[in-house]
Design a protein around this ligand. Structure first.
Ligand SMILES: C[S@@+](CC[C@H](N)C(=O)[O-])C[C@H]1O[C@@H](n2cnc3c(N)ncnc32)[C@H](O)[C@@H]1O
Length: 270
C-alpha cells in the first residue's frame, strides 16, 4: 500500500508529527478485531480518519484542538460557511490570530484553527507561555483554506465519536479488555536541535515518556491491544525494552530547510 492508496479520509488539519506517511506500516499492525478505538494523543488524527472505527474516543491535552474537532463534528455547516469567504492575506491572518479564541463557540474555534493551520507557517501549532498562538504567516501560494468535501467527510467520520480534552493517563479509566489504543506522543528528540516538544504549554518531558510506558504496560496486562509510535532515539529502545519494537524507514520533512529532509527511522512498538 502506498500513500495514494490509503483508505478513509484525509485529516482536516496538518499537524506536526502527522502519521500519513507511517500509515502503510501502521494499518497492517492493527488487530483484525477490537472493541473501542482510543487515541489519547490525537493531533491530526491520521490513523483515526484512515481506519474510521465506529466506536472511538479521541483525546488530546490541547483544548483548542479538541474543541475544533467538536466544531467540525457538530457544526460543519457553520465551519464551512465561515471559512468559505476567508482571504489568504497577512493582515487577516494577524487579525484572526489575535482574536480571543477561547471565548468562541466550538464552531468558532474550528474556524480559527483551520484558518491559521492553512495559512500559518508550515501548518504549525505553537503557543507562548500565556497560551497565545505565535506562528507567523506562511508563504504558501493559494492554500485551500476551505476544503469543503474534506471537512464534511471528516465531520461524517466523527459522528458518534467522543472527543475529550485530557491527559493521556486518563485512558486508563476508559480502555477495556479487547479495546485498541494507539499512542502517538510527542517524540523523544533525536538530538537537542530537533527537540520539538512544545506542542502544548507544558511540553512532554522524559518523566512523561516514562509514565507513558507504565500506562502502556498496565493496559497490556488488562488485555487491551496497544500500539505506540516514537522516534528511534536510543532512550526509546531502553524505555520499551520489554515490548516488541519494529523499525520503519521513512522520507520525512522535519524542519523547514532542505538540510533536515531525508530518511528517518521511526519505531512502531507493540
Ligand atoms: C505527535 S502529535 C500526534 C500526531 C497525530 N497522531 C497525527 O497523526 O497527526 C502529539 C499530540 O499529543 C498532544 N499532547 C502533548 N502532551 C500531551 C499529554 N500529556 N496528554 C495528552 N495529549 C498530549 C499534543 O497536543 C499533540 O496534539
Amino acid at each position: 500500500m502506498n500513500e495514494t492508496e490509503l483508505p478513509g479520509v484525509k485529516p482536516f488539519l496538518k499537524w506536526v508529527g502527522g502519521k500519513r506517511k507511517l500509515l502503510p506500516h501502521i494499518l497492517p499492525m492493527l488487530p483484525a478485531k477490537f472493541g473501542r478505538y482510543h487515541e489519547p494523543f490525537v493531533g491530526g488524527g491520521a490513523l483515526f480518519f484512515a481506519r474510521r472505527p465506529e466506536r472511538a474516543t479521541l483525546a488530546d491535552s490541547n483544548s483548542r484542538l479538541v474543541r475544533a474537532y467538536r466544531g467540525v463534528r457538530d457544526h460543519v455547516d457553520e465551519v464551512v460557511l465561515r471559512l468559505s469567504d476567508m482571504p489568504h492575506e497577512k493582515a487577516t491572518f494577524e487579525k484572526v490570530r489575535a482574536s480571543d479564541v477561547d471565548a468562541m463557540s466550538d464552531a468558532g474555534v474550528a474556524w480559527w484553527l483551520v484558518y491559521l493551520n492553512k495559512t500559518g507557517f508550515n501548518g504549525l501549532y505553537r503557543v507562548n507561555s500565556r497560551n497565545i498562538f505565535n506562528v507567523p504567516f506562511g508563504d504558501m501560494t493559494a492554500p485551500r483554506i476551505c476544503d469543503e468535501p474534506r471537512l464534511r467527510a471528516c465531520s461524517h467520520a466523527l459522528q458518534g465519536v467522543e472527543v475529550l480534552e485530557s491527559e493521556f493517563e486518563t485512558v486508563l479509566d476508559r480502555a477495556e479488555k479487547g479495546d485498541f489504543v494507539y499512542f502517538d506522543p510527542p517524540y523523544v528528540p533525536m538530538s537537542a536541535s530537533s527537540c520539538f516538544v512544545s506542542y502544548t504549554k507544558t511540553g512532554f518531558d522524559m518523566p512523561a515518556q516514562q509514565r507513558l510506558v507504565e500506562v502502556a504496560a498496565t493496559l497490556k496486562r488488562r488485555g487491551v491491544h496497544v500500539l505506540l509510535s516514537n522516534s528511534a532515539a536510543p532512550a526509546v529502545y531502553e524505555l520499551y525494552s520489554a515490548f516488541d519494537i519494529q523499525e520503519v524507514s521513512l522520507n520525512r520533512l522535519v524542519g523547514a530547510s532542505a538540510a533536515s529532509r531525508g530518511k528517518i527511522k521511526e519505531l512502531l512498538i507493540r
